[in-house]
Design a protein around this ligand. Structure first.
Ligand SMILES: [Fe+2]
Length: 237
């Protein structure tokens, strides 16, 4: 599937109307807040020299940072221009969003190297360096997400069409490794409060995906959870 880029004039594509349900972004943000809150502690908790555990945990860390990279890439390509064009009063905030993304991207670029160093001998020094980088990202990200949720997402809900908004989610799925889809989907499901989970899942995914989840993907997600969090996964909600 190809993603249609927004028009530079800011006009809505023909036949589309402004107004969309933006609730999915809060789930995505919840996963990132959770990940950057929990993983620094998990990384620091790996025993010196435990290369096997370092390999497992660093894999999860790299998945989290890749997820954030892809999510931001989607916003850069599909969100800022239409918001700025349709709501010029947001220009200063949009500029801030772009700057924060650029700063976070520079920090994210350091993660694969730090993760590889840690995997090598699983030293506590290398773990501390990786954990510090994650803390730094988490701090900047916390500020960024808060501002995006208060000043940008409500505007997007008013000025973007549902198809335009859905293209953001599609981008996130298309640019993420297919084999990791069970992890992505599992975390999304877990980010929904339990009482709303079943209804949300039914509403958000077509029957073939729900079946695939039940038959195959759920098992892979649970195996990943047990490997990464042998003492139980910290609550996501
Ligand atoms: Fe963002």
């Amino acid at each position: 599937m190809t993603t249609r880029l927004p028009s530079t004039s800011g006009a809505l594509p023909e036949g589309e109307t402004p107004g969309c349900d933006v609730s999915d972004i809060y789930l995505v943000h919840r996963i990132f807040r959770w990940g950057f809150r929990e993983f620094p502690t998990i990384v620091r908790g790996v025993d010196d020299g435990d290369v096997e555990r370092a390999a497992t945990v660093s894999g999860a860390v790299e998945l989290l940072t890749l997820g954030l990279h892809v999510h931001h890439e989607g916003e850069d390509a599909l969100l800022w221009d239409p918001i700025e064009a349709r709501r010029p009063a947001c220009a200063v905030t949009v500029e801030l969003m772009r700057e924060q993304h650029a700063r976070i991207a520079t920090m994210l670029d350091r993660v694969p190297g730090l993760a590889a160093e840690w995997r090598e001998g699983a030293t506590t020094d290398a773990a501390a360096n990786l954990a510090a980088a994650l803390d730094e990202i988490g701090h900047t990200l916390g500020v960024h997400l808060g501002r995006e949720e208060s000043d940008i997402v409500p505007v997007a809900a008013e000025v973007m069409s549902q198809r335009e908004w859905d293209a953001l989610g599609e981008h996130g799925r298309e640019d993420f490794p297919k084999e990791e889809m069970p992890i992505q989907l599992g975390l999304m499901i877990e980010a929904v409060p339990e009482a709303e989970r079943a209804a949300w899942f039914k509403r958000s995914f077509p029957a073939p995906i729900r079946l695939l989840w039940a038959l195959l993907m759920r098992r892979k997600y649970v195996a990943w959870q047990h490997a990464v969090f042998p003492e139980g996964m910290p609550a996501l909600v």
